[in-house]
Design a protein around this ligand. Structure first.
Ligand SMILES: NC(=O)c1ccc[n+]([C@@H]2O[C@H](COP(=O)([O-])OP(=O)(O)OC[C@H]3O[C@@H](n4cnc5c(N)ncnc54)[C@H](OP(=O)(O)O)[C@@H]3O)[C@@H](O)[C@H]2O)c1
Length: 234
């Protein structure tokens, strides 16, 4: 039965930032398909603190809960023109959105290699293709992640590990709620999306499930845009 290829029974998935927004929708879908999902947010492990990442992964390792599937979903973004962007904020975005992902990949890889099966998934952004003028730093961290995915995917492809980038467009989550509710800005944003609607968090879950399961086992090094056509040329 083909649908069994989506089954995640027996798999442990760590989805960062999974108590709300897109991460929660992905975690819920993985649970529905049988995975044990480790829910994470700032209180569980603040990804801006490199030492906290080590403590968190040490505990997972000791508890035999290192993930078979990692979804690096948590991120931060500040809307500030690049000329005034505070360097401390830039360093924090680089840490949370990129360096934490690299370190989590490193911590997950040995187990995945040993067992000959693993899934490393990052959440990118349409900003990789169309950087918002006041979010150049955020866009750059997402592009760095995308490049990391491509670089690693080739090296681990023969080990049963896939590495992919899922890039959302405009989603209705806490970080966007206010903008989308604005009577002028909201309609302007949706008009620019070929589907003429923004997405809800669960709109990202199908692509994540595909990438996390055996149904997507031949997909690696890919960026999957989940953007209602926003990045299409024209
Ligand atoms: N929403 C969109 O339109 C959109 C568009 C393009 C790309 N994306 C990407 O999709 C992913 C999910 O976005 P979202 O809108 O669903 O996010 P969100 O609603 O803003 O939620 C962010 C999650 O990340 C966690 N987080 C933030 N900073 C953290 C830190 N320093 N340490 C640990 N966890 C931290 C938050 O934990 P707390 O609950 O503890 O704060 C929360 O669970 C992100 O990578 C984002 O860049 C989103």
């Amino acid at each position: 039965m083909f649908k069994e290829k989506f089954d995640l029974s027996g798999k442990t998935a760590l989805v960062t930032g999974s108590t709300r927004g897109i991460g929660k929708a992905i975690g819920d879908a993985f649970e529905e398909y049988g995975a044990k999902v480790i829910r994470h947010n700032t209180k569980v492990c603040d990804l801006s603190d490199p030492a906290a990442i080590e403590v968190f992964f040490d505990a997972l390792e000791r508890g035999g809960s290192l993930p078979d599937i990692l979804v690096a979903n948590a991120s931060i973004q500040a809307k500030v023109p690049w000329t005034q962007f505070p360097m401390d904020e830039a360093r924090k975005e680089l840490q949370v959105n990129f360096l934490a992902t690299l370190r989590m990949f490193q911590r997950c890889y040995p187990k995945m290699k040993r067992q000959g099966w693993g899934r490393l998934i990052v959440l990118g952004s349409v900003n990789e293709r169309r950087p918002h003028p006041d979010m150049c730093v955020y866009a750059a961290t997402k592009s760095a992640q995308e490049n990391l995915v491509r670089g690693i995917a080739r090296q681990v492809a023969a080990e049963g590990i896939t590495v992919n980038n899922l890039s959302p467009g405009v989603f209705y989550t806490d970080r966007n709620k206010e903008c989308l509710a604005d009577p002028v800005y909201g309609p302007k944003v949706t008009a620019a999306i070929p589907m003429h609607r923004y997405a809800m968090p669960e709109d990202a879950a199908g692509a994540a499930l595909l990438l996390a399961s055996d149904a997507g086992s031949y997909i690696t090094g890919a960026t999957i845009m989940v953007d209602g056509g926003l990045c299409l040329p024209g």
